[in-house]
Design a protein around this ligand. Structure first.
Ligand code: PLP
Length: 373
């Protein structure tokens, strides 16, 4: 949202920076002082607001941040964020000069990128630290293992590039069956040994996302890269981590409907009794997924109530018939968050929507102002 946006609608994402800092410290404590914690702040810090999150984490002692895009890295530098800013998606065809100019650290896995970065670094008269990424089984970015040796031989030609780190990424580090993760680790170690044997010694190695941080001590190496755990929605129970985002709104309108009345588009829900229905000012244009239709619950004045009928673009409806106190327009509604056993966390919301907490958190749109406190 632009700076001059004036919030008139009460739908808000509250970002608890104390919880965020607490999570960072808890993760740092878990891995110990010798392992650096790089905070994944890509995707606008998983929807929490990258600049506010990075600044807050820097205060807590974090000095390494992971973004996906060069543009995201530039945004952090513009905001005065120092330290390592790792462009985890690489720099692509057009990002090399910008990465060099902003002192961003690119992840390199493509010869074209390496060539462009080398040229940009030479033109700027600097040596550029890069992290080489090996695809050990994620099948997304990274030098495929069969091409690793050839890639290293070519890499030696890039005089302006400085091999700072080798890294990889896991496909399913959070799952209980660790067979695949251990195989990825074995491949990674082997690829590192190959590099060492050819005279390439990276200063550091890193691999662990949240799942590996929480489950695989053997994957910590010199640096870990948590994202979702930092935001308090870990893939594995970790009681020391607190949810960081809470999304609230207020009841817009309340009406009584007779038995047999339909609610919302497609008439997919019909009252089975005289019902009191509250309309909320939030919908799928805000990132409250349409897939929640008929599945989700919200907290109205602290009590769970079902979302009924189809979630609309700007609105959704909740059955408040059973609440002990009458509901009024303006009453608080919690969409994500809350206290005690009724709390709605990102994993719960994701389960109702048939997705993952990452998508829920990143999905809250710009139309919902973030309030950092
Ligand atoms: C390369 C890389 N490292 C680390 C992370 C953080 O992952 P998570 O949020 O699962 O901790 C991501 C996110 O997908 C990533 O792409």
């Amino acid at each position: 949202m632009s700076e001059d946006f004036r919030q008139l609608r009460p739908t808000t994402a509250h970002v608890d920076l104390d919880a965020l800092q607490g999570n960072f410290r808890a993760l740092q404590a878990r891995v110990g002082p010798r392992v650096r914690v790089l905070a994944a702040v890509k995707g606008d810090a998983y929807g929490h607001g990258a600049v506010a999150v990075a600044r807050s984490l820097a205060v807590a002692g974090c000095d390494a941040f992971g973004v996906a895009l060069v543009e995201e890295g530039a945004q952090l530098r513009d905001a005065g964020v120092d330290g390592l800013v790792l462009c985890m998606g690489g720099v692509g065809r057009h990002g090399a000069e910008e990465a060099v100019a902003r002192n961003l650290t690119p992840v390199v896995y493509d010869e074209g990128d390496a060539e462009r970065l080398d040229a940009a670094a030479q033109a700027a008269g600097v040596r550029l630290a890069v992290h080489l990424k090996i695809d050990t089984g994620m099948g997304r970015l990274g030098v495929p293992l069969p091409q690793w040796e050839r890639f290293l031989d070519r890499f030696a030609r890039y005089a302006a590039l400085d091999l700072d780190a080798v890294m990889t990424h896991f496909a399913e580090s959070e799952v209980e069956d660790d067979t695949y993760t251990l195989e990825q680790l074995r491949r990674f170690r082997q690829a590192v040994a190959t590099a060492n044997a050819r005279g390439f010694t990276a200063r550091i190695q890193h691999a662990a996302n949240s799942g590996a941080l929480l489950r695989h001590r053997g994957a910590w190496f010199d640096m870990v890269r948590p994202g979702i755990a930092l935001y308090g929605a870990p893939p594995i129970a970790a009681p020391e981590l607190q949810p960081v985002m809470r999304v609230t709104t207020r009841v817009l309108f309340v009406k009584d409907l007779p038995r047999g009345a339909s609610v919302s588009y497609g008439r997919r829900w019909v009252t089975s009794r005289p019902s009191r229905i509250a309309t909320l000012p939030v919908g799928y244009a805000d990132g409250y997924p349409r897939a929640l239709s008929g599945h989700a619950e919200v907290l109205v004045n602290g009590q769970r109530c079902p979302v009924v009928g189809t979630v609309c673009m700007d609105l959704c409806m909740v059955d408040v018939t059973e609440l002990s106190e009458p509901v009024c327009s303006g009453d608080e509604v919690v969409l994500l968050g809350g206290e005690g056993p009724g709390r709605i966390d990102a994993n719960t919301l994701a389960g109702w929507a048939g997705t993952i907490p990452y998508e829920i958190l990143c999905g809250f749109s710009e139309r919902i102002p973030r309030q950092h406190a």
